[in-house]
Design a protein around this ligand. Sequence first.
Ligand code: NAI
Length: 330
Amino acid sequence: MTKITLIKGDGIGPEITDAVVKIIEAAGVKIDWDVQTAGADVIEKEGVPLPDRVLESVKRNKIALKSPVTTPIGKGFRSVNVQLRKELDLYANLRPCYNLPGVKTRYENIDIVVVRENTEDLYAGIERQVDENTAESIKIITRSASTRIAEFAFDYAVKNNRKEVCVVTKANICKLSDGLFLECARETAKKYPDISFKEILVDNCCMQLVQNPNQFDILLLPNLYGDIVSDICAGLIGGLGIAQGANIGKDYAVFEPVHGSAPDIAGQDKANPTAMLMSAIEMLNFTGENKAASRIKNALLKTLEEGIKTADIGGSASCSEFTNAIIAKL
Ligand code: NAI
């Protein structure tokens, strides 16, 4: 039986995790879940939001399914998510965004893959208060990290029959840091003559995404722009409730939805488990459970097609009604 670390998170995390575990069970996949807690609730008992036992569990099992964890704004501990990605060197954040049936959106046929560098940039967390009125934050961009994420994007393009990689930077202003990221993407592109290569500035990219998103295939971005642009892409396909994600490194992979812990709807049985389920489907594909993955995906798509959906995407089903409808189709 495959052993997989399961990080339940907080806010809507436990609700969507339970829903997804039930669906996977109903599909007949046997997983020995190594359940781990992390986040604000753990601080009181263990002193830190990401105890070593969580990292050790992922290192042991190599794969984790993770639901969102709240990060306090402006004070306190470093984000569990950022720390996990850094400690496990999960350098590639992969966020495929495409339309789902039954989910009304402004544009049709969206099919964009966001590849976000996951370990450096302003997320390196190197900040200091210079004096009472000045704070500074250091943006780190290295040749090695920029090259390996560019290679990841091009390799993904080759493996998945995609046509183009578009690198997104602000290299006209951040000439050295974004300039280096761009240079590494250009160098890498030369090794993949069959994949077309484009460059765009991040501000223009945001405008183009809103006006003409169908022009994009794979977007390759440094950490911060990747974070922001992937939320725009999530908006294009119907919102955060359906946006899947994965953090992939050389040795480990952590699958998680793009969205956060949604404290505004936590504990009300309103959360949409789709993003978490789609992330889990990719996890099953990753572990070789391709048949079960496509059965679950078909059940999910059929449920949406029938108009059974949660409120965030225009429906009236609760999280548990939606989950049960998917299970009924399995
Ligand atoms: P959020 O993604 O939690 O929520 C933004 C909006 O989307 C809210 O209105 C929420 O109700 C809605 N939403 C999100 N997921 C949904 C779902 N599955 N079903 C239905 N509606 C959904 O973003 P916010 O409010 O900025 O962040 C809340 C907390 O989550 C923060 O502490 C943040 O740091 C953390 N966070 C954690 C992430 C992770 O663990 N990977 C990622 C992003 C944020």
